[in-house]
Design a protein around this ligand. Sequence first.
Ligand code: AMP
Ligand code: MG
Length: 432
Amino acid sequence: MICVDELKKAIADRVATYLADDNPLASRSVMDIAINDALNHVLAIDINAAFDMPRQDLSAMDGFALAKNGQLDSGSTFDIIGESCAGKPFVGELLPNQAVRIFTGAVVPSGCDTVVMQENTNFDDIKATLDKSQPYAITLSQAAKLGANIRRQGEEIAQHDRLLTVGKRLNPSDISLLASMGHKTVQVLTPLTVGLIATGDELVAIGQPLTNLAQIYNSNTPTLKALLDKLPVIIKDYGITKDTLADTEHTVKTAITECDVIISSAGVSVGDYDFLTQVVENLGKINHYKVAMRPGKPFVFGEFTDNTGNADNKRTVLYFGLPGNPLSTVVGCINFVRPALWQALGAMDAPKTLRLLAKTTTAIKKNPGRREYQRGYFEQSEQGLVVTPAAAQDSHRIKQLSQANCLIVLDESNAGVKQGEQVAIELFDWVL
Ligand code: AMP
Ligand code: MG
């Protein structure tokens, strides 16, 4: 059986060829999106600076902009002949012993070469009695440094500089950068369509009554929607499919024609009513089946080819089959599906998993063999991070999943952990 890291790599390798051959970024359709809605979308083009930043020389301080060629020694005196404030620059010529009052972010007049901060002048001593409608002078209380306290035109960004590169997943700082360059909209890659299929005769859609004790609600579809919420994908919800070969085949066939990626939950084990693996083999191919992981061993990674378009337009549809247990669904989605989706979306900087070390407050049981993702609750203590594993670790326990804030990652060879030992934890991204 393939191990977790090998499966991650196998999926990443296949998605890389999918991006190179089947669905290259260059041929992806793009759309304009308002900056206000662009968070987490994947940039479709390189963005270059339309202008210099700062656009002109600006003051970095509240103080005085000194005329060129003035005396900068302590005790030098300057006549203040005007003001430059943010949005309202000073207009006029200056003689060498003149200066203008200036504020942070205001344009440094072209006739000035140095800004002194007001604390380095006698301004604070005279300001109480100052009538700013009358001419006044200030004296340097310490020597000024030629060229100081000026943010130079283009010093941060020069016109035409590359600001953002195609494939960038837009984060709040990128939005800030784009907005400061005046972009109201930005071109992003069109979202991929992701089909969600829940299978199981026992499942009832939320909102419907449970009519017998054998029934349970389909919680996996809402869970997957929540887990994929930050991705720029369009979710197509195929609801619940009955545990028959015909129904399963019908739903999967429909999804192949309508989706770029299909994610199913349940029906991938070896039970008599688990038809998904058979359907995937009939309609496409299984690249990998089963992973040495707990929870979530019967994971399927496969693919289909959609031939329903014209012959030149065959599309690859990626397939992820998650086991039905809610915990297996969550762990499989976090470990394999989300990273693969970000990659398939063309994001060059997919979100990273934050892995830390914490001391376990109790002993942890584990047999060597599979990698385990146990649910835990980490806290910051005086001795550093500590983690308390959930009392029971069965893969159907959804309440302890909701109480956990991290997964405790126990490697394949791990044969149990003593109380107080360090373990690796991966924080749920919604905890941060
Ligand atoms: P299966 O993979 O079909 O053997 O399902 C494994 C377990 O997960 C069973 O206990 C199912 O009832 C449960 N299960 C399957 N699908 C869902 C779902 N969509 N929501 C909640 N539980 C599910
Ligand atoms: Mg089932």
